[in-house]
Each structure stands twice: as C-alpha cells, then as structure tokens.
Design a protein around this ligand. Sequence first.
Ligand SMILES: [Zn+2]
Length: 129
Amino acid sequence: MAAQRGGRQVRAEQGHPGRGLGGFLTILSHKAESAGRELIAVNPANTSRTCSRCGHCPKENRVTQAGFRCTACGHTAHADVNAAVNILGAGPALRDAARAAWREAAPFRSGGVTPGKNAPLSTSTAAVS
Ligand SMILES: [Zn+2]
C-alpha cells in the first residue's frame, strides 16, 4: 500500500516489522528505562467499569460514556479518571505478584537459593511469626 506524503510516495507503515503497537511498546519501554521509569503492561479489561474505591464491577457502574457511579459504594468520577486509577494500581500489583512468584519458585530454579536475597516467601513469613 502506498500513500502521498510531502509530495513523495511512501509505503504504508502497517505490517512492517518493528512498527505498529509492538514497535511502539518496544520504543516506549526503552524510553522509560533510559528515564529510570518502569513500564508495566496491564490488561485493560473491566478497568472502566470497576470501582477504583471498592472494586465493585457491574456494567451498571458505567452510567454514560464519561460518567462512572459505583452502585455499591456511591463513588462517582469521570469514567476515564476512574479507569486510570485502576490501571495505575494494577501495574504495581502485577509487579509485586511477579516478584513474589519469583521468590516462591527460587528453590526450583537451577542454582538454588541465595539466603537473604531470594529466599522463598515462606521463610520470611515464618521469621515474622
Ligand atoms: Zn465502589
């Protein structure tokens, strides 16, 4: 597919390796890393209808395209703001779950466990109780 841009004929960017959403996420990941930031991919399913205050998630929470009102706790917000708060919270939750799973799996990885560094969670839980 070709298109005109600036008087020159250029090929459409769709379908080229390294372009599109995957290419964008790769570039965004590199930019985030160079800025000392963390990029976490989050599943957006139900983020616009889940209450960012109490977690209640019926479709009736979404009263209009822009309006959000929780049928359980009464929380109201712009639907996009509510969804953004959910996404913001989902990233760190995913990261923490992945770290916990990594620590839990330490005894099963080759190379064993380094005490005090990647010891399984059950060890640190037992030390607390
Ligand atoms: Zn709620």
